[in-house]
Ligand binder design. Structure first.
Ligand SMILES: *Cc1c(COP(=O)(O)O)cnc(C)c1O
Length: 443
């Protein structure tokens, strides 16, 4: 295990990282950018070790992926064994048990005790694409409704579902058709205030679908139970539940995109549980396999089995090494009670974020759940003017001090926290000290 403390051996990024970054510029497409160009050599617990010997505290988990931590022992062991046994046969050609075991775990862990089926894929975007395929096939309808501030991926169909132009969609059109977008119940920015938000947003949503799309034309409504890239927006209480119930009344498939929120991140196995929502289909990826590429669509057997044999799949989907990693990661989440750990992380972070809000007067909203938390920065607390510049400055100051942080949000003014659940309290507290200092230096 890597020693769990921050070490600044050089400036960040150090000379070796800078050399590698020069090689990167010469060989990697400029379209693939790096938020913090320190090149990682090893990682574990809550620490990333770079090629210059710096040890950085990780508040990002590689975008909510390394929930069990990097090189988590059960994941390492499962992968080691699987890689030595066999690495690929293609499940559609000659299957293997690990795929079934992952689907069994998904059936058990996702919300609801109805009959379920799963299909495995490689990335979150691919899972979302397939959820849409399944919903369209099963309903015989075409329209899909998504939300403002939503993020669902970077493939053509998922770009269409994603709300934000820069950097995800800019000049990449034309986009897939039959996608419609409705306002999200965003309490902090709801025009008439947070109290009215759930009711009014639900009304706008149902009226919008009715008048602009038609319920009978709508195959699916897709929603993140807590929005990720769009700004860690927690929908007003009751909104998600009402949308899900309304979808059921109209034979519309309700898809919960739990790619970022799933697998203990928000303090439950899945964020839908918080409001007792049982989605028809759930998409998962990110936290599922300790960093190995794996994604899934899990849901009602009647929908999942509606598709003709051969209609779903892919060469690599449900790769045996990725499946073994997922089984190791899920076992880790159970054995180490990581849902509970996510709640402890929230208890540790909240008072510190509130203190930062009180001290610097630039935090308009603190939100999120479990180990998926954020602050929205504004230059004017009354007018709620987004402050993307300050957000970028604080982010840079954190990086320079050896804390890996991420920003997000439609307006680029949200600071988000996604620490690995393998990080200890002491390390997280040190990271929060660094964060507070970064605010002091940047405001
Ligand atoms: C990251 C993400 C995706 C896309 O996943 P990829 O693996 O990057 O394709 C889709 N939906 C949500 C909610 C995400 O956070």
């Amino acid at each position: 295990m890597i020693e769990q403390r921050r070490i600044l051996a050089t400036t960040i990024p150090g000379p070796r990282s800078q050399e590698l970054q020069a090689r990167k510029t010469a060989t990697v497409s400029a379209g693939v950018s790096t938020g913090l160009p320190v090149y990682v050599e090893r990682a574990g617990g809550g620490i990333l070790v770079d090629v210059d010997g710096n040890q950085l505290i990780d508040f990002g988990s590689g975008i909510a992926v390394a929930t069990v931590g990097n090189a988590a022992p059960r994941v390492v062991e499962a992968v080691r064994q699987q890689v030595a046994d066999f690495t690929h046969t293609c499940f559609m050609v000659t299957p293997y048990e690990e795929y079934l075991a992952v689907c069994e775990q998904l059936a058990e862990l996702t919300p609801g005790d109805h009959e379920k089926r799963s299909a495995l894929f490689n990335s979150g975007a691919e899972a979302v694409e397939n959820a849409v395929k399944i919903a369209r096939h099963a309903t015989g309808r075409q329209a899909v409704v998504a939300f403002e501030h939503g993020y669902h991926g970077r493939t053509n169909l998922t770009m269409a579902l994603t709300a934000k132009n820069m950097p995800y969609k800019h000049r990449f059109g034309p986009f897939a058709g039959e996608i419609h977008r409705m306002p999200m119940a965003y309490p902090y920015r709801w025009p008439t205030g947070a109290d009215a938000c759930a009711d009014e947003a639900f009304e706008v949503f149902t009226q919008g679908v009715h008048t602009q799309v038609g319920e009978e034309n709508t195959a699916a409504v897709i929603l993140e139970p807590i929005q990720g890239e769009g700004g860690f927006i927690v929908p007003a209480p009751g909104f998600v539940r009402r949308v899900a119930d309304w979808c059921r009344e109209h034979g519309i498939v309700f898809v919960a995109d739990e790619i970022q929120t799933g697998f203990c991140r928000t303090g439950d196995w899945f964020a839908s549980e918080h409001e007792d929502v049982v989605p028809d289909l759930v998409t998962t990826a990110k936290g599922i396999a300790g960093g190995m590429p794996l994604a899934a669509v899990t849901g009602r057997a009647d929908l999942m089995d509606a598709v003709h044999p051969g209609g779903l799949g892919g060469t690599y989907g449900g790769n045996p090494v990725a499946c073994a990693a997922a089984l190791g990661a899920i076992e880790t989440m159970r054995a180490e009670n990581l849902c509970e750990r996510a709640r402890q992380v929230e208890a540790l972070f909240r008072p510190r974020l509130e203190a930062i809000a009180d001290k610097f007067g630039v935090v308009g909203d603190i939100r999120g759940r479990g180990a998926m938390l954020a602050v929205e920065l504004v230059s004017d607390l009354e007018r709620k003017t987004p402050d993307a510049d300050l957000t970028a400055r604080v982010n840079k100051a954190c990086h320079a001090a050896g804390l890996v942080t991420l920003t997000c949000g439609t307006y680029g003014n949200v600071f988000r926290f996604l620490p690995p659940l393998s990080a200890g309290d002491e390390l997280l507290s040190e990271g929060l000290d660094v964060l507070e200092q970064a605010f002091a230096d940047s405001v």
